[in-house]
Design a protein around this ligand. Structure first.
Ligand SMILES: [Mn+2]
Length: 331
C-alpha cells in the first residue's frame, strides 16, 4: 500500500535573507520553483535557477547592505532598508509526476506568501511558473489585474501534442482565461523573431497590448515602462510583473533556455524594472538557467541585481511617500 503523504508546499517559517532592523514596513518573500519539466523543447536546467539566484542574492545583500543602509549608485542616493525584510520561503516541494498537482502547489505556496503580508519574489524554473503564481494573486484580489510580461515569446500556446495545455509556452493564455485579467491590461514587452499564428492570434483575440523588441528600442526603456504601466494599471487593483530572461539579448544573458537572437540590453531591463517596481505587487523571474550561464555567472548576477533593484525601488517609494517632504527629495 502506498501511503499518501501530503507534501510540504513551502518553508514556514521563512528564514531571513535581509532581516529588518526595526518593525518591518515592507516585506518580500523569495520563493523558488525548481521546475523545468515544462520546457522540454528548450535547454534543460532552469530547475537550478532558484538555488543559484538565492546564493547570489543573499551574498549581494550581505555585502552591500550595512546597518540597514545601502547606496543606490544609479541615483547617487542612500536607501534606508532598516524597515525592509527579505525572507526566504525556500523552494516549493513539487510533484514531478503530476503537472496539475505541481501548479496547484505553486499557487498554494505563492498564496501563503501573499497572506503572510510579503510581496512575492517568485523564481523559476521555466516560464510555466507564471500561471500558477499569477493565479494566486488573482485569487487574493477582487478586482481586475494587470500583467506585464518581458519575453521574447508570446507564451500563448493553446494546446499541442508535445506540450499539452499547461507548459512554459502557455502561461499567458491560461492567465487570460482566469477572468479578471483583461487583454487591454496585459502588456507583452520584447517580443521578437517568429511565432505561430495561433500564439500571435490569442493576443489579437483578447486585445493584448504589445511593445515589440524593435519598438522598445525605438521608444527607450523609460517610455516603454510608462506606456506599459498606463495600460496595466487602467482600472486594475494589482499589477504582476513577469521577467523571462530570454527577453534579453543572449549575448548579455546566456544563462537561459532559448537563445533568441536580438533582444533588450541588460541596462534597458534594469531601467524598465526600476521604473515599474513601485507599482508592482508581485514579481517573477523565469528561465534563468545556470547550466548555460557564463563562467562569471553573469546572468545569475544580473538577476540578483534585478531583485535588489526591485527591493530598493519599492522601499524608496514607500519611504519617500511617508517620511520625506517632497522638497528634500533629490531632483
Ligand atoms: Mn516566456
Amino acid at each position: 500500500m502506498i501511503t499518501n503523504q501530503s507534501p510540504i508546499p513551502y518553508s514556514l517559517p521563512p528564514t531571513p535573507m535581509l532581516p529588518a532592523r526595526v518593525e518591518p514596513k515592507i516585506k518580500f518573500g523569495y520563493l523558488g520553483v525548481p521546475y523545468d519539466a515544462a520546457t522540454s523543447i528548450g535547454n534543460p536546467g532552469a530547475r537550478f535557477g532558484p538555488a543559484a539566484l538565492r546564493e547570489q542574492f543573499r551574498a549581494l545583500l550581505a555585502k552591500r547592505v550595512v546597518d540597514g543602509q545601502v547606496v543606490d549608485m544609479d541615483r547617487g542616493e542612500m536607501v534606508d532598508l532598516s524597515d525592509v525584510e527579505v525572507a526566504d520561503f525556500g523552494d516549493v516541494a513539487l510533484s514531478f509526476y503530476d503537472q496539475h498537482k505541481a501548479i496547484d502547489q505553486v499557487t498554494a505556496a505563492t498564496r501563503a506568501i501573499i497572506d503572510a503580508g510579503h510581496i512575492p519574489l517568485i523564481v523559476g524554473g521555466d516560464h510555466g511558473v507564471t500561471y500558477p503564481a499569477f493565479r494566486a494573486l488573482h485569487d487574493a484580489t477582487r478586482g481586475n489585474l494587470g500583467l506585464i510580461q518581458l519575453d521574447a515569446h508570446c507564451d500563448m500556446l493553446d494546446f499541442s501534442e508535445k506540450q499539452g495545455a499547461i507548459s512554459g509556452s502557455s502561461g499567458m493564455a491560461r492567465s487570460l482565461e482566469l477572468g479578471r485579467l483583461l487583454g487591454k491590461n496585459m502588456v507583452q514587452v520584447g517580443l521578437r523573431g517568429y511565432a505561430t499564428s495561433q500564439q500571435w492570434g490569442v493576443g489579437v483575440k483578447y486585445g493584448v497590448r504589445r511593445i515589440l523588441a524593435p519598438e522598445f528600442e525605438e521608444m527607450g526603456a523609460i517610455e516603454a515602462a510608462k506606456q506599459s504601466l498606463a495600460w496595466a494599471r487602467a482600472g486594475t487593483e494589482k499589477i504582476y510583473l513577469t521577467v523571462d530572461i530570454d527577453a534579453l539579448n543572449p549575448g548579455e544573458a546566456p544563462g537561459t533556455g532559448w537563445a533568441e537572437p536580438g533582444g533588450l540590453t541588460v541596462q534597458q531591463l534594469i531601467d524598465f524594472t526600476r521604473y515599474l517596481a513601485p507599482h508592482v505587487d508581485a514579481l517573477d523571474l523565469a528561465e534563468l538557467n545556470p547550466l548555460f550561464d557564463s563562467a562569471s555567472k553573469q546572468t545569475t548576477v544580473m538577476c540578483a541585481r534585478l531583485l535588489f533593484d526591485f527591493v530598493t525601488m519599492k522601499a524608496r517609494a514607500a519611504n519617500s511617500v511617508s517620511r520625506k517632504p517632497k522638497s528634500q527629495r533629490k531632483k
